[in-house]
Design a binder for this molecule. Structure first.
Ligand SMILES: NC(=O)c1ccc[n+]([C@@H]2O[C@H](COP(=O)([O-])OP(=O)(O)OC[C@H]3O[C@@H](n4cnc5c(N)ncnc54)[C@H](OP(=O)(O)O)[C@@H]3O)[C@@H](O)[C@H]2O)c1
Length: 283
């Protein structure tokens, strides 16, 4: 498995498995077990997904050693602020049943993320979190965070897919040594992305599926990816993206698909900000 080395020297697999919207705990545990079986060694969960316990159970039952699995979880906005963040981390760690978490992310750029970040810095210094980062931070928020705090985020997880290509964020993060990780690498299937003619044509040329083309395109841009699926055959398909390369014409053709807009939600939209700021998990 190819790896990406974060700005603090920690190595992370390039392809991981995401568990968003797998709400049933038995199903989430089964999915993570299948993913580990297929060969995934990065699992991406979050406090607000409600399935950290299932991720932990699958890891505990797996024959794969703990130190060979890279576990990411995230701190939700309702738990921001210094003291609340420390408490929320402890709750996540207990649910996961782990001594340490590999990557801990501040989930959205709203609320008291400064207080949260200082708590995350403390957790990192104590060694219970190997790397800290953020998700969905646009460039100004990212710059604000890293210029006014001690530790620079190791990674920013942002929605990136063929419809929303994020070239400006990509360049800014690359310039500042912050790893790029794509959430919703398939745009959650929106706008019939798996049947897009450009992707079908490129897939036929390389003997690959449109899903594999989308992941390969992100990896060649320097992103890590965390596709989600509940089907084992698709887990295998999504994992199998290292035996071909896209050429310049393929990359250019995919670039032409950029709409610059999210098909999921735009974090800078005030209505989305209200939704994020008031959403409470576990209630
Ligand atoms: N930081 C954030 O704010 C944030 C936000 C959203 C997501 N995430 C993370 O990113 C991960 C991935 O994003 P996502 O779950 O939103 O969406 P996604 O991975 O872009 O798309 C998932 C959808 O694609 C389908 N699919 C997967 N592989 C396929 C294949 N090979 N062929 C055809 N269909 C396929 C899945 O269906 P089936 O399951 O039925 O196969 C599911 O409907 C999440 O699980 C989560 O870990 C983070």
């Amino acid at each position: 498995m190819e790896q990406i080395v974060l700005n603090n020297g920690v190595a992370m697999p390039t392809v991981g498995f995401g568990v968003y919207q797998i709400d049933d705990l038995n199903e989430a545990e089964r999915c993570v077990s299948d993913a580990l079986d297929v060969g995934y060694r990065l699992i991406d969960t979050a406090a607000c997904y409600g399935n950290e316990a299932a991720v932990g159970a699958a890891i505990a039952k797996s024959r794969v050693k703990r130190d060979e699995i890279f576990v990411t979880t995230k701190l939700w906005v309702q738990d921001y602020g210094y003291e609340s963040a420390l408490k929320a981390f402890e709750a996540s760690r207990k649910k996961l049943g782990l001594d340490y978490v590999d990557l801990y992310l501040a989930h959205k750029p709203y609320g008291d993320y400064y207080g949260a970040w200082r708590a995350m810095e403390k957790l990192h210094k104590e060694g219970v979190v190997r790397a800290i980062g953020v998700t969905s931070f646009w460039n100004e928020r990212l710059a604000d965070l890293f210029t006014c705090n001690e530790i620079k985020p190791a990674l920013n997880q942002i929605e990136t897919n063929v419809w929303r290509q994020q070239w400006a964020s990509d360049a800014f993060m690359a310039k500042h040594g912050i790893a790029r990780q794509a959430w919703a690498p398939f745009a959650e299937g929106n706008n019939d992305v798996f049947n897009a003619p450009i992707l079908k044509e490129i897939g036929a040329k390389h003997g690959k599926t449109t899903g594999q083309v989308m992941l390969r395109w992100l990896i060649q841009r320097g992103f890590s990816v965390i596709p989600k699926t509940v089907r084992k055959a698709r887990m295998e398909e999504n994992f199998n993206v290292f035996d071909f390369s896209l050429d310049e014409s393929d990359m250019a053709a995919i670039k032409s698909m950029d709409t610059g807009k999210s098909t999921i939600y735009d974090e800078t939209d005030p209505e989305v900000a209200i939704w994020i700021g008031t959403y409470r998990y576990g209630e």
